[in-house]
Design a protein around this ligand. Sequence first.
Ligand code: GLA
Length: 396
Amino acid sequence: EAFGAEVGAEMGTEMGAEIGEAFGAAFGRAPDGVWHAPGRVNLIGEHTDYNDGLVLPFALSRGVTVAAARRDDGVIDVRSRQAPTAVTAPVDGPPVVSEGWPADRAWAAYPVGVARVLREHGTGGASLLIDSDLPQGAGLSSSAALECATALALCDLHGVEIDRPALARLAQRAENEQAGIPCGLMDQSASLLCTAGHALMLDCRSGLSSQVPFDPAAAGLTLLVVDTRASHALGGGEYGRRRAECEEAASLLGVDALRDVKDLAAALGSLKDPVLRRRVQHVVTENHRVEATVGLLRAGALPEFGAMLNASHLSLRDQFEVSWPEADATVDAALRAGARGGRMIGGGFGGSVIVLAPAARAERVGEAVTAAYEKRGWTPPRFLEAVPSDGARRLG
Ligand code: GLA
């Protein structure tokens, strides 16, 4: 008997029907609902979020779907169609990171962490079945999508109302304090606040955001997302090191955050450490590039956006030093084949690259990138469709 199939049928999506049935098989009852939260692509504004700066992500159509049922016993029971282990944990517990979970349960730190943070705001337990069509390690924020889908489900199930900008900060807190990963605010905000056909201009200090129309197809362009197949993880230490360097530079410059550096030349002149100078140069110029890009998009000057992508990539490669060989080779091959621009996205050291190409040339650009990988004996890249989509929502 297909428990939950009717919840899925109501949603009119195959993913919904499937996850409803799978929930029934796992928990012996129908779910109370199904929620979805997308992954993201960041157009520009990289390593600016934790410097109180500006970012411009959009939501993908792919993401994490959660079927869930409320529990009143203070327990969260979470299973994933992508992981073999079920994890049961009390909602009332210490930070997950302090419990030293084994590697095969690590994925569950995100939903359990969210449940522990949201508990302070009135939510409780739940049975959750998770499904994802987002490649993991591709730097497309599968962990933020998991946090945000869980957060929405828990709030709805327990009748707790939290506005979305605040929910994004709580999901970020869960990742920082519960999963032990020092990420900024961008990914959770993108997953919760984006709307179809737009990129989200977010000021990570004030939390204020605005929707910026982004429709490359209308301008005869295609935005390709290239998963370089070099796996990305923020736990590796380099991400935390970059954050620490930015904080050190801000404190030497006597500002709260690098966002506040107004005179770049003076700041560079006063810093002795060449590494810190490079970090500051990236963050300050990247914030300018976000503002310039928003101007270009609002003016409908999409082709010119290519130059911003290239400048951002060079800055991330040479000043912030977070690029990786597959990303550099992707941008290089794409430009040679006639792309307007391209850059690495996300934290770096693995993950994805975006490429802006004239639609008529997109296929040739993709082939050139694949050929560049073949020549070097690398795992072939994967290409994803990047359609600016709606943020997290209840499906049924
Ligand atoms: C990761 C983090 C974000 C952000 C980016 C770099 O995606 O999760 O908070 O810092 O790296 O822009």
